[in-house]
Design a protein around this ligand. Structure first.
Ligand SMILES: Cc1ncc(COP(=O)(O)O)c(C=O)c1O
Length: 378
């Protein structure tokens, strides 16, 4: 691999959490063990369930002189190509409780809606999905193919959520949303419990103790769900590092300010699922004390990392990692490129790093574009 490929990857910003205090019992009061266990039991009974592979980025760990770099490859999740399959579909099943005369609804940037549509289809339920102008037609078509009615709304994600809430109230539809608001906490907790399945699987896929986890965040649901999984399933608690796009670093800013901080996104990130301006309420209760550090990264490394994963530059196997899968890799490389950051995080030759490959080619057109762009760079 060309050395200069690594050397141009760097963080936009790094902070440590001054309020760090990992407290298993506090975390498991928010998303409790019963929920986590039920999520795994339910999901592992679904047809075609299989743990997603835990790949080893062996070429990268050799290059960076680390013990292991594990990569949880969610591109293989139920044919839906992202971890989101674990959340929305599980919440649909729990909230509809076997009833057949229910319509479920949601607002989405893409992958969550696909999970809800898939969950509804499995149970023979009607499904209405609200999307904003920013969601690609490729993604819309995939949700239609799963039987959902897709309704496009003017404006951004927040506008699509507002319309979803309004129409759902009027028509008595069951909203299956992955973000929380006052008096709406159960469904987001169910989606987070679904995501924790990744950690349950990892806990039996390796005997190594994970020392560091890089967790991508949009509204923080995936990160907090996985942290709940760590609190429940891991004997030793790794250092937890949150990864966000530089223009959408709402977790980082909230941690810096020690209070929920919304940001105005000036330019949407190409990492669409992570381009969020506000941390969701339930995840925030978990993230505020259990995260060691936060990093933010630029979009400019996305294409190159997509190509490095695909072209076996990082591992012996070829990996389909979509846009949101790349910033974990970039963050690790960037942390290792900076002596101070590396030593602050205590990353060294004994480190077992866990990266989350949260999506594959979920948006096929975008994936192909990034891949060919990236191949020209490596
Ligand atoms: C495809 C995709 N969507 C969304 C997210 C963000 O999840 P959340 O909004 O739960 O933080 C990620 C990863 O962080 C992702 O990979």
């Amino acid at each position: 691999m060309q050395k200069n490929l690594y050397l141009n990857q760097k963080l936009t910003k790094f902070i440590n959490n001054e309020n760090f205090k990992f407290d298993r019992s506090k975390i498991l009061k928010i998303v409790n063990n019963d929920l986590l266990e039920d999520a795994f039991k339910t999901i592992s009974r679904w047809q075609n369930y299989q743990p997603t592979p835990l790949e080893n980025l062996n070429k990268l760990s050799k290059e960076l002189n680390l013990k292991n770099i594990f990569y949880k490859d969610e591109s293989k999740r139920f044919g839906l190509k992202s971890f989101k399959a674990l959340g929305g579909a599980y919440a649909v099943e729990k909230m509809t409780k076997g009833k057949k005369d229910i319509t479920v609804s949601t607002a989405t940037a893409g992958n969550h809606g696909k999970s809800v549509a898939w969950g509804a289809k499995k149970l023979g339920l009607n499904c209405k999905i609200f999307i904003s102008e920013n969601v690609s037609e490729t993604r819309a078509e995939e949700m239609r193919n799963l039987g959902a009615e897709v309704i496009r709304v003017k404006g951004n994600y927040e506008n699509s959520l507002d319309v979803c809430k309004e129409k759902s109230k009027k028509n008595n539809w069951e909203i299956i949303q992955d973000v929380a608001w006052p008096d709406y906490e159960l469904v987001p907790k169910l989606t987070m419990a679904g995501y924790s399945t990744m950690i349950k699987e990892i806990s039996v896929q390796t005997n190594e103790y994970i020392t560091h986890i890089f967790l991508q965040a949009g509204v923080g649901g995936m990160a907090a769900g996985l942290i709940a999984g760590v609190a429940s399933y891991f004997k030793r608690v790794p250092k937890i590092i949150i990864v966000e796009p530089e223009n959408a670093n709402c977790v980082m800013q909230s941690i810096e300010n020690n209070s929920l901080t919304s940001i105005n996104i000036k330019k949407e990130s190409i990492m669409g699922g992570m381009s969020c301006g506000e941390v969701s309420l339930v995840p925030w209760q978990i993230l505020n004390n259990s995260v060691n550090s936060c990093v933010s990264v630029s979009d400019k490394f996305v294409a190159q990392t997509v190509a490095m994963l695909a072209d076996k530059v990082l591992s012996d196997v070829s990996i389909v990692g979509g846009e949101c899968s790349t910033p974990g890799v970039t963050s690790l490389i960037s942390c290792c490129n900076n002596k101070e950051t590396k030593s602050s995080l205590e990353i060294n030759e004994n480190s077992n790093i866990l990266l989350i490959g949260c999506e594959g080619s979920a948006d096929v057109e975008l994936y192909q574009k990034l891949l060919s762009e990236g191949k020209r760079l490596i």
